[in-house]
Design a protein. Structure first.
Lengths: 156, 719
């Protein structure tokens, strides 16, 4: 009984997030919004994870995803904790790894270099926005402060 | 959610736990993943905030129409002897001074003396570029223009507008670029910013202003005076389109009336009367090079520019009111009773449709079916068989008592039919261009959310543009986050020029520059200096907090209904219900179409394991610090819930705009509102209320003080 109720709650949660982007009220969303929806449900997929997920649920290259396919796939993701959050510690370690000179902050140029050249690179727009958000008045990114301020606690 | 479930190697892999250092590439991946998630969460919050503001805004507009129809209904159901009727009849009274010569006399400003102590600009007419620049400078320095000059300027404006046609035609020859601005809504700082960035209007710099100059912001009158000033100096290069807020009935509710009366205590009423006339003389549309149509709201399937060009636009003083039919009869007895399926209020839609961004909508794929919109699902059964626009129009006509007009006119069956239809058709043309909104689905349906005009689809855009040989429709009327937005395959462009419309940081404003190639170029801005430096996180936070405050207010005023709804899910009276029940109950009461579960963390602190202690929650929402000791607390709630309506009614009843009304008038106001709401409140309770509000015990009630007393103080609001 509890199990069924739990999955009903999970379904509700997924539907609510989906609905926020269902502009035409016909249970479909644009595929470009799927990332936002999945992230907002507390998951941390990589871009590759997203592409794989979309490939499974997209309606035949129409550019739309229907709730009928999204709901079971997303439920599975949540129940199996497929894209778990990144802990603060790990995040800090990641920033420290980029801070070669161990000065406890990063210059915009340093961060830009890594974010736009390594991993799953940022677009210029993403990069500019990140710098606006993270750089302080000295134009330095003090990542310890940033991480503690900006980590969003997952809700129950 | 969390890692640490499952087998240890899975755990290791999934959590990417490393003991020593994280190589740069993996570090980058982690940070990118984390940051993208963070931005997406913010985006979700922003979208919800936006929806909150929009739903509250549109819910308000619908109320206005309902209230208006309610007054109209009362007008036709009370005998001439009824005192209620005389109280509200003046809202329907046609401007009795309808002949031009008399108007000239009425607005005689020569007798108004300007004292030597006046330090504002002194204008001479005909208006010159110097004169209007002086006015702009004065307003920048927060000076006020003397009433004499205001009246003079308005009178000159009226004289000019009368000779303009309904549709202004503009051409981009001489390689002139045209600037097109959308809603300004009294935001003077935005207009000044546009002039700063783009230059003042002139014959080298033509402008089109697409309506909604007034209401909501605090400098509506200044904006009007500036725009009219430039219109007078450059009548061929400045074009004003009427918006749905250029309407005295809408102004009663949305702040413009209050602004004028507050700034001009002696001559405010005169100014308002003159403006009422001026608004009706504003042109309805602008066309550039016969190719680009600019109207404030939009179009409908029946929009016909030739018909619009022919109407007597000044007959439509308010787009909310159908025109008087042009036939009179000798005796004044009513012939037609109201239809048997008459309903008191318009707008049967229980749900509402969120008006959302259409930017991501590319060409629709073949297999998408046209499913009905959410709001149509909740219509009461049997009221209307089909949603044809003609049906809707007939119903509104009946409700508005179109055939009866103050009980003084008689319709003869033979003559009046044709006139009625022509007038009705004309009226619809005007309402549609001022009030309509685009929608993604094909078709054309009545705009239930606003209560006027239509929702029109991409097929209607193609048909109407095609029929008139046009290539682009530019409209305003809806706030857009980036100041502008395309839809309908880039054939419809919304332009909105009031930045921070909902709250600080809510949206940018924009204007269009367009040359002979008719390709629009956009310039975006945001008015406040401080605002531009807000990070994304901060500006979402600010806007969100005020949206949430507004939402908490709404929740408070509906708390009785909410408790009843919650109790339906709590038969054993435990005081607790599940989150899902909380969400559906709240939506069923507020009907705002919001994602309550997503909003829940910011609205409800008392949850545990998915259960809401609703009694505690409702207590948290309560008013503290009531300024009045009132015996019947439900009166307080009812009054606050309807305070916008109440204010509108007050202003209507306060016929001399003095700001105070007698006890008897107050009691009658209250009775009116109660019959509108179908609630019963005893005379004694009303008398109590009146006496407690009369703080200085002089037998009359100051409206401003009264309104202030009911401002909500919310304990749990974050600072």
């Amino acid at each position: 009984m509890a199990g069924r109720k739990q999955s009903a709650d999970v379904h509700q949660k997924i539907r609510a997030a989906f609905d926020a982007f269902d502009y035409e009220a016909n249970s479909t969303v644009d595929v470009r919004e799927i990332g936002t929806i999945i992230y907002s449900l507390g998951c941390f997929p990589s871009q590759k994870d997203l592409h794989d997920f979309i490939a499974k649920v997209e309606e035949d290259h129409t550019g739309y995803i229907h709730l009928d396919k999204f709901l079971p796939a997303m439920t599975k993701v949540l129940q199996e904790h497929k894209f778990p959050p990144i802990s603060e510690d790990l995040l800090l370690q990641a920033f420290e790894a980029l801070d070669k000179e161990k000065k406890d902050y990063l210059d915009p140029e340093e961060l830009t270099k890594y974010m736009t050249q390594e991993g799953e690179p940022f677009t210029q727009e993403e990069m500019e926005e990140m710098l606006t958000a993270l750089a302080d008045h000295r134009n330095q990114i003090h990542y310890k402060d940033v991480v503690s301020q900006m980590t969003i606690k997952p809700d129950k | 959610m969390g890692c640490g479930m499952g087998k240890s190697e899975v755990r290791l892999k999934k959590c990417e736990r490393v003991t020593n250092s994280v190589p740069a590439i993996r570090a980058a991946l982690l940070i990118q993943r984390w940051y993208r998630q963070y931005v997406a969460r913010l985006e979700m919050r922003r979208r919800c905030t936006w929806n909150i503001f929009q739903s509250i805004e549109y819910a308000g507009e619908q109320d206005q129409i309902k209230l208006y129809n309610f007054f109209d209904f009362l007008m036709h159901h009370f005998t001439p002897a009824s005192s209620e009727r005389s109280l509200i009849s003046h809202i329907f009274r046609v401007n009795e001074i309808c002949r031009d010569a008399e108007w000239e006399k009425y607005f005689c400003y020569e007798s108004i003396e300007v004292p030597d102590s006046y330090t504002g600009p002194r204008l001479t007419f005909p208006m010159t570029f110097c004169g209007v620049s002086k006015v702009v400078q004065a307003f920048k320095h927060k000076q006020q223009l003397h009433a004499r000059y205001v009246l003079q300027l308005l009178r000159e404006t009226w004289r000019l507008l009368r000779i303009l046609t309904n549709i202004s035609h503009v051409s981009t020859c001489h390689t002139k670029e045209i600037t097109i601005c959308g809603d300004l809504h009294g935001h003077l700082e935005d207009l000044l910013l546009i002039f700063y960035k783009n230059g003042l209007p002139s014959s080298e710099k033509p402008y089109v202003f697409n309506g909604d100059f007034v209401d909501r912001g605090k400098n509506s009158l200044e904006i009007l005076l500036i725009l009219f000033g430039f219109l007078l100096v450059y009548p061929n290069d400045v074009h004003l389109n009427r918006g749905n807020h250029e309407d005295h009935i809408v102004n009663l509710r949305y702040g413009f009336t209050k602004e004028v009366l507050g700034k001009y205590r002696v001559h405010g009423k005169k100014i308002l009367n003159l403006l009422q006339k001026i608004f009706s003389w504003l042109p309805l549309a602008t066309v550039i090079d016969h190719k680009v149509l600019i109207v404030h709201g939009g179009i409908s399937a029946t929009t016909d520019l030739n018909a619009i060009a022919r109407v007597d636009r000044h007959k439509y003083v308010s787009a909310l009111r159908p025109p008087k039919p042009t036939h009179y009869a000798a005796d004044g007895c009513k012939t037609q009773a109201m239809g048997s399926n008459h309903r008191e209020a318009s707008g049967p839609a229980e749900g509402r449709r969120r008006v959302c961004s259409l930017t991501h909508h590319s060409s629709p794929p073949a297999q998408r079916s046209d499913l009905p919109r959410r709001s149509l699902h909740n219509l009461p059964m049997g009221s209307l068989l089909s949603w044809s626009v003609e049906e809707e129009l007939k119903r509104r006509r009946r409700l508005a008592g179109f055939d009866q007009s103050y009980g003084e006119l008689q319709r003869s069956d033979t003559e009046s039919g044709a006139t009625a239809e022509t007038d009705e058709h004309e009226w619809k043309q005007i309402v549609d261009v001022l009030w309509s909104d685009p929608m993604p689905q094909n078709g054309c349906i009545p705009n239930e959310v606003r209560g006027g005009g239509c929702y029109w689809g991409p097929d209607v855009t193609e048909e109407v543009l095609g029929r008139h040989n046009l290539q682009l429709l530019i409209r305003s009327h809806e706030c857009k986050q980036d100041g502008y937005e395309f839809c309908h395959n880039r054939r419809v462009l919304t332009i909105f020029s009031a930045s921070n419309y909902y709250e600080m940081g809510s949206n940018r404003g924009a204007y269009i520059r367009m040359g002979p190639d008719l390709v629009p170029h956009f310039i975006q801005y945001q008015a406040s200096q401080a605002c531009r430096e807000l990070t994304l996180r901060q500006s979402v936070g600010w806007t969100e907090r005020s949206a949430l405050r507004a939402l908490r207010e709404q929740l408070f005023v509906h708390k009785s209904d909410l408790i009843s709804a919650f109790q339906e899910f709590d038969p054993n009276n435990t005081g607790k219900i599940s989150l899902s029940h909380w969400a559906s109950a709240t939506e069923s009461v507020l009907k705002l179409g919001l994602p309550w579960r997503v909003l829940r963390p910011q609205l409800v602190s008392s949850t545990q394991y998915g259960i809401v202690d609703y009694q505690m929650w409702i207590r948290e929402l309560s008013i503290t610090e009531p300024k009045l000791q009132i015996s019947d607390t439900s009166i307080l709630e009812t009054m606050y819930k309807n305070h916008s309506n109440l204010e509108t009614i007050f202003r209507v009843i306060d016929t001399d705009h003095s700001g105070s009304i007698s006890f008897e008038e107050f009691r009658q106001t209250w009775r009116l509102l109660c019959s509108h709401l179908k609630t019963e409140i005893s005379d004694e309770a009303i008398a109590d209320l009146a006496h407690s509000i009369d703080f200085n015990k002089d037998g009359s009630i100051d409206i401003n003080e009264f309104m202030e007393a009911f401002r909500l103080v919310d304990l749990s609001a974050h600072a």
